[in-house]
Write a protein of this length. Sequence first.
Length: 233
Amino acid sequence: RAEGIIFDVDGTLAETEEVHRQAFNDTFARFDLPWHWDRSLYRRLLDVTGGKERIRAYVASDDPPQGARALDLVLELHTAKTECYTELVVAGAAKLRPGVKRLIAEARRDSVRLAIATTTSLPNVEALLAAAFGSDAAKIFEFIGAGDVVPRKKPAPDIYRLVLDEMRMPTFACIAVEDSRNGLDSARAAGLPTLVTPSVYTSHQSFPGAMAVVPDLDTPPVSLATIAKWRAA
Ligand code: XBP
Ligand code: MG
């Protein structure tokens, strides 16, 4: 059976990308940048993980008005975006996806160790966990690998390697849960069997090498026994 489960956050624990998109757009408006990331543009921009990296990639490829000014402001823009995002999440803008709470509860009962590997910034993760789990939030995940703690974000394996190191767990004892091709490639490159629950922004992607792909953790209900069966297959 899996002795450790490492969860991605955005798209996996919760459908957060519409909230990220709103936070980016609200921030652009606050900084008087005449930019608006609509859904189809944002789907393409999600190929680049990390908010700062995403803004830079947008300026480089789309050459938008005031791009040069925005590049000077990336860190400031991103700090403001994080503030905006966490406010929205604390106010309840992102709900856990189906089955997430149930599988986490089962894992905790069975002493399966839990961690997080994400490209999103740590305050974003903490806001989501606080909104979803209340006073339990700090007890659930033994380690949260987030944001800029590694130089190369997903699809590089660095964040998963860091989390495995911190847990002092061998790769074969753990699995990853992801929603995107970038996340899958990252976890696979670190050697982790990976369960994929595609999200609104990734359902068009393909997931070669995934241990299993299911619509969400409740369809059908994914338990520790289900995961053990997939791993043995
Ligand atoms: C999620 C992301 C993140 C968020 C923005 O990828 O790409 O960049 O969209 O977060 P994954 P920040 O689910 O694969 O980890 O703005 O805090 O970087
Ligand atoms: Mg994700």
